[in-house]
Design a protein around this ligand. Sequence first.
Ligand code: FES
Length: 127
Amino acid sequence: IRVEFLDYEAVADRGWDLADADLFAKAADADLAPADHGRLLVEPDESLLEAAENRGFSWPFSCRGGACANCAVYLVEGELSQPANHILSEEHAERGFRLSCNGYPLSDELKVVFNVKHLPELDELRL
Ligand code: FES
C-alpha cells in the first residue's frame, strides 16, 4: 500500500489549504524536505503511524490508543480504517480526519496530510 504524505506545517507555512485540489502537486513542485513530503509503503499488518515510524519518520502521537487525536491525519485520497470508539466525531470522519495510530489503509493508495493536530477543530480534542 503506497502512501504519499505531506506535513501540515508545510501546508500552513506556505499558506496552502487542506481543501486545495492541487495540494500534492504544489507540494511536489515546492521541493520540500523528505520528512515533509514523500512516499512510504505500509505493510498489511502496520497502522499508518507504525509504518511511518518503521520507515524512519517521526510523526506526532501520544496515547497510541485512539484517545488523544495527537496522531490525526487528513485524508486527501484513499481510505483509512477508523475503529468505532474513539475521539473523532462522525463529522470529523466525514470531513476526512482519521487517527494514524489505529488506522489501517483500506485502499491501495493513500494521500494524507499528517500533523493536523494543531488545526483549531482538532486542537480542542487533544489531551
Ligand atoms: Fe492518541 Fe492516536 S496517538 S489517538
